[in-house]
Design a protein around this ligand. Structure first.
Ligand code: KIV
Ligand code: NA
Length: 267
């Protein structure tokens, strides 16, 4: 799949097939997800998910570049998009180009994602004009947690709702090939999706977007506490705990390893 093909995947409500996106941070994870997805996102959520950081704010370009390279090595079909981390693009369009070019050159990813709306439109146009596909991200933008004051749903009042729609339009006009819409009430997801020519990819943004994305570890049930918009398709944390407990018991009672797992001397 290619970025221009993704760009055309507007669903017009119920007719078209929604885009499927999941996060991936490692090569093996990418291999397992690749065939089932249209897009793999190397999200800066890896700050919390992989590194145990309190937010995405401390995530660095080097971290993103290394994980993106691993994901590209594990994927063959999906379009791999890498998040631009906080502080790597906001100062200006030149800074953004340098950071984005570094990410794509070092990792082989197909494009970048950055947070913010109208304030980022000029930067988006600058990158797109220079060969870097950009995915936008509006609504709940986690890199702005210190300004927003938390991770609550956005657009509950009219002023904020209008701002989210005009932000999305500005990104669309600037040439973004898709826009993540995070943590907004359903009417805003509908309005934004109608207002832009590129596909919207929702997370906590109802079924009305042109695609959906989740953090893979969240939907696999790797964490006890997840946002309300996550559906846990599995309880992998419990299964890992049970499996490791069995291993620990067998080691302690010397029932692992058995002769099956033991090298024998030549007879
Ligand atoms: O970092 C991330 O995982 C994201 C998605 C959840 C949209 O930005
Ligand atoms: Na992100």
């Amino acid at each position: 799949l290619t970025v221009p093909q993704i760009r055309t995947r507007k669903t017009d409500g119920s007719s078209g097939k929604p885009l499927v996106m999941l996060t991936a941070y490692t090569a093996r994870q990418a291999q397992l997800l690749d065939a089932h997805c249209d897009l793999l996102l190397v999200g800066d959520s890896l700050g919390q998910v992989i590194y145990g950081l309190p937010s995405t704010i401390p995530v660095t370009l080097e971290m993103m570049s290394n994980h993106a390279a691993a994901v590209v090595r594990g994927s063959y079909h999906s379009v791999v998009i890498v998040d631009m981390p906080f502080g790597s693009y906001e100062a200006g369009k030149e800074q953004a180009f340098e950071s984005a070019a570094r990410l794509l050159k070092e990792s082989g990813a197909a494009g970048v994602k950055l947070e913010g709306g109208a304030a980022m439109a000029e930067t988006v146009a600058f990158l797109v004009a220079r060969g870097i596909p950009v995915m936008g991200h509006v609504g709940l933008t986690p890199q702005a947690v210190n300004v927003l004051g938390g991770y609550m749903a956005r657009g509950r009042d009219d002023k904020e709702a209008e701002k989210i729609t005009s932000d999305a339009k500005a990104l669309d006009d600037a040439g973004a090939f898709a826009i993540v819409v995070e943590g907004v009430v359903e009417p805003i997801a509908i309005e934004v999706t109608r207002a832009v020519s590129c596909p919207t990819i929702g997370i906590g943004a109802s079924a009305q977007c042109d695609g959906q994305v989740l953090v893979t570890e969240d939907m696999l049930g790797m964490f006890e506490r997840v946002p309300r918009f996550v559906k846990k398709y599995d309880d992998i944390a419990e299964r890992i705990g049970d499996t490791v407990a069995r291993y620990a018991t067998e080691v302690r009672e010397r029932s692992f390893p058995t002769s099956d797992q033991t090298y024998k001397a030549k007879s």
